[in-house]
Design a protein around this ligand. Structure first.
Ligand SMILES: [Zn+2]
Length: 139
């Protein structure tokens, strides 16, 4: 909470759910934008959760905590080396655009990359009104 309170945007580049959930919770409480990135094997994901907006979904809306969730760490599952550079560069681009207030961000969308078949697509994300972290939207 102390570190997140000192910044304008948070980028998650960790490889575990505990860190992601902790960063997400701090960003929700402090209303900070959260740029999430993940990479395993040939598959990557990026999303921007802009918690300055009350109707934004949070990371927990997308991935609710599961007690038996399978951790898919790069150290165990492996990762295609160029993928981490691509995902990290997309996160950096989103963070810079957010700070400059330009362009269209990956807010309310999840970018899914499949480098093995070189396919990129986005899916729409919705806020979970029953989310334990961000709760119901303000009206
Ligand atoms: Zn949520």
């Amino acid at each position: 909470m102390e570190l997140v309170s000192q910044v304008d945007v948070v980028l998650d580049c960790s490889d575990n759910f505990a860190t992601r959930y902790a960063l997400n919770q701090a960003c929700v409480q402090l209303k900070k934008p959260f740029v999430s990135g993940a990479a395993t094997r040939f598959d990557g994901q990026v999303a921007v959760f802009d918690m300055r907006h009350p109707h934004s979904p949070c990371y927990h809306c997308l991935y609710p905590e599961q007690p038996d969730a399978l951790e898919t760490r790069c150290a165990v599952m492996g990762v295609f080396a160029p993928l981490v550079g691509i995902i990290g560069s997309i996160q950096a681009a989103e963070a810079l655009k957010l700070l400059m207030g330009i362009g269209t961000l990956l807010c309310n969308r999840l970018l899914i990359t499949d480098l093995l078949h070189m396919e990129l697509r986005t899916v729409k994300l919705n806020k979970d009104p029953a989310c334990l972290i961000c709760g119901a939207p303000c009206t």
